[in-house]
Design a protein around this ligand. Structure first.
Ligand SMILES: [Zn+2]
Length: 445
């Protein structure tokens, strides 16, 4: 498996620390509103990566957090006169619905900040004690100057970063780049700490959760959107270095951002598309295919056309697969556990293992669909070949996370099919047409 490592900025041969096992963490959402289609991209990208690694025989342990403590959550709770938990429970449920609709599996671990508070406070306390952090008036800041390697993951010179950070310059900080580990507050939900009542900053939770969930402060893969590279991931690594002398993950994987009709998606431009709206309009598999139609590192453009193209593609795959299964069933030749067509499967997997090249993998899948269609049109059907192509395609759909509605013919459908063929033989065209119409309606021919 080749993967682009954002840290080294190179495509590398992926090698996990423990043979056959992969540990993966992906930064999760702050749960205070409905996920937009941009939030859906990492769900799909990292689920596809997990399934590819599993197809290669790896045993993957995955984790993704829920940020359920944040100023935006507190503001929403006050606005709606609800508790923070009522707000976050609601949006975690919404997020999970989206994930399921997109055919993505729930990560093995989904820790929440509110459930990790003791570990977070102990972690910050250790940073203060070892001199990598300092407390001022009940707030705690990370001392960026303590980390000689700061800036390594976002690959930006420190001076450039400083210019950006000065915008929200805070006079309590020693350095404008220093970031908040603990914030004293009297607003909303708060916890007791050695520095006073408050809540933790965002950048600490993932570091603590990784160590907590995996039992060690270094994992194989850390993922997230490109927008998290700086400051979030830079700050995560800085804390890990100063706490345990690790870079938190050996491979850092970042997905590109989403554009709508070639324009950046943003609240201020008013072009934010909610994931649930797109799923309701086009279906989960159509949205998922759209999200993987572009290489994960490139910006992804979503438009009416890209969604309609995916819609047609999904319909075509579903129809061919349904017809193939019908022919296999009619001949009693379907073997679910039989061999996969090797050429088709290898072409697909060589694209997937090439830094998760989903566009090329989709092309390989389309070629297999074309071949299957060709095999179904032959006068003498080669059931072994049809079965092998069908099984290869089932495997591809699984790895891509496309859960399609492939119908299995009922006994009645099979009778109808035989009646159609018999009517054709007897030149009873009225009967043949009516049988055929019914089979078309069911997507079986
Ligand atoms: Zn994170």
């Amino acid at each position: 498996m080749k993967l682009f490592n954002s840290y080294t900025q190179k495509v590398e041969d992926f090698k996990p620390m423990e043979e056959g096992k992969v540990s993966m963490y992906v930064c999760g959402p702050t749960v205070y509103n409905d996920p937009h289609i941009g939030n859906a991209r990492p769900i799909v990208v990292f689920d596809t990566l997990i399934k590819t690694l599993e197809a290669l025989g790896y045993d993957v342990t995955s984790a993704s957090n829920y940020t359920d403590v944040d100023d935006k959550i507190i503001a929403k709770a006050i606005e709606e006169q609800k508790t923070e938990k009522e707000i976050t429970d609601r949006y975690i449920t919404e997020f999970e619905k989206i994930r399921t609709a997109l055919g993505a599996r729930k990560p093995d671990h989904t820790p929440r900040v509110t459930e990790t508070m003791d570990q977070i406070i102990a972690f910050i306390d250790n940073l203060v004690k070892n001199g990598s952090a300092y407390a001022v008036d009940g707030d705690v800041y990370f001392r960026v100057n303590a980390d000689k390697h700061y800036g390594e993951i976002s690959h930006q010179p420190i001076d450039d970063l400083k210019v950006g950070a000065r915008i929200d310059e805070n006079s309590k900080k020693e350095n404008p780049l220093d970031f908040t580990l603990w914030k004293t507050t009297d607003k909303g939900i708060q916890w007791d700490s050695p520095w006073g009542k408050g809540r933790p900053g965002w950048h600490t939770e993932c570091v603590v959760m990784i160590n907590d969930v995996f039992g060690r402060p270094l994992i194989d893969i850390h993922g997230g959107g490109n927008d998290l590279k700086f400051p979030h991931h830079e700050n995560e690594v800085a804390q890990a270095r100063m706490s345990w002398d690790t870079t938190l993950a050996n491979t850092w994987v970042h997905n590109g951002m989403i554009k709508i009709d070639n324009i950046k998606m943003s609240k201020s431009l008013g072009n934010v598309m909610l994931a649930k709206d797109l799923i309701n309009e086009f279906s989960g598999p159509v949205c998922r295919l759209t999200l993987i139609s572009t290489h994960y590192r490139d910006p992804l453009n979503i438009s009416e056309k890209t969604l309609e193209d995916s819609s047609k593609e999904i319909a075509k795959i579903t129809k061919t697969m349904t017809q193939a299964l019908l022919q296999l069933d009619l001949a009693d030749a379907y073997d679910e556990n039989g061999a996969k067509d090797e050429t088709a499967w290898n072409a697909f997997m060589s694209a997937m293992t090439d830094d998760l090249n989903t566009p090329n993998a989709i092309t390989a899948m389309q070629s297999a669909i074309k071949e299957l269609n060709g095999s179904l049109r032959k006068r003498e059907l080669d059931y072994k070949r049809i079965n092998e192509l069908y099984n290869a395609l089932t495997g591809m759909l699984y790895v891509l996370g496309l859960d399609l509605d492939i119908k299995r013919a009922t006994d009645e459908d099979k009778e109808m099919y035989r009646a159609w063929k018999q009517a054709v033989k007897e030149k009873n065209f009225d009967l043949a047409d009516s049988c055929r119409a019914k089979l078309i309606e069911k997507g079986l021919v």
